[in-house]
Design a protein around this ligand. Sequence first.
Ligand SMILES: *Cc1c(COP(=O)(O)O)cnc(C)c1O
Length: 366
Amino acid sequence: MKIYGYGKQNITEDDIQSVLEVLKSPYLTCGPKVKEFEQAICEYTGAKYCVAVNSATSGLHIAMLAAGVGGGDEVITSPMTFLASANCARYCGADVKFADIEKDTANIDPNEIKKHISNKTKAIVPVHFAGQSCDMEKISEIAKENNLFVIEDAAHAIGSDYKDVKVGSCKYSDMTVFSFHPVKTITTAEGGAVTTNSKELYNKLCAFRSHGMYKDGDMANDWHYEMRELGYNYRMTDVQAALGVSQMKRLEEFKKRRREIVDYYNKNLGLSHLIEKDFSNACFHLYPVLVENREKFYFAVRKKGLNLQVHYIPVHTQPYYKAQSYKWGDFPNAEEYYKHCISLPLYPELTDEDLKEIVQRIKELL
Ligand SMILES: *Cc1c(COP(=O)(O)O)cnc(C)c1O
């Protein structure tokens, strides 16, 4: 019996060649491939600047730092996300405020965001769940009215469009963070990137990525450098960037196939699923369905060779966040969604035969 997981990387001979060339070159890190990858992301998204990093988690951390988030501040994000969207605020000593999701998209609800804004709020981190953009125009209006930074967690959403722009263009935000973990749409094994249109934020992101070091003005021509802030080593290697450059070339192809698979499931499964809004043209990362008895369904599909996953356990219910006074019952929409959700296989390698097979195995259980 063929086993299917929920996601899988797609690696070709071209990807392998691209990596091998770097291994034979003088630069394994801090070389031209990282620049080339950043350039490719700028060209694709339309953003002015891009900073490649070693994970989206690092990217979210330096985005927080660049926005000046620190102790005593509050950051608003969705409870229906991976831990990192919230943890990045904690790294900087800020408190996390969650805002509940919309039932039909599982994206953060802009009206809920408003309810959680206080005079301590510094930033909003909308998460583009499953690849569908949040309502960024609304979120950006709320941010402007309250003088807040918007940092998009687009770990799911490279390749997605919102209205007239690509996610990552930063038309409606200050910074956007992508992930290139193997389950995401394109991969660099581990990796991430931050895009922005602000020169000032770009300079800060570059510094925080590498120890808070600056080498500018007269220093550019000799050994001097200055550490002006406490930074980290969050650099991406050229080996990873080479894989990224090669993968970016297939992003449109990946998007097309991912959307075909989503259409197929929507038409053939008859299970309750998220809706796509008119403003969205998503490069879907996940295909979650909602089933009556998720516990039972999860173990039953496993027996049928479908190793599906649950995205996500609401972040506020984790022991760490419970210790900060959150509890079950705080965000009913996210909790209700969690009780029923399970993500089906969604990756470009799936053939039409695979899809038929998967749908048949699931229908035998309904
Ligand atoms: C995967 C993911 C991250 C973290 O990405 P890494 O590259 O693994 O650090 C952050 N946010 C969301 C929503 C994710 O899905």
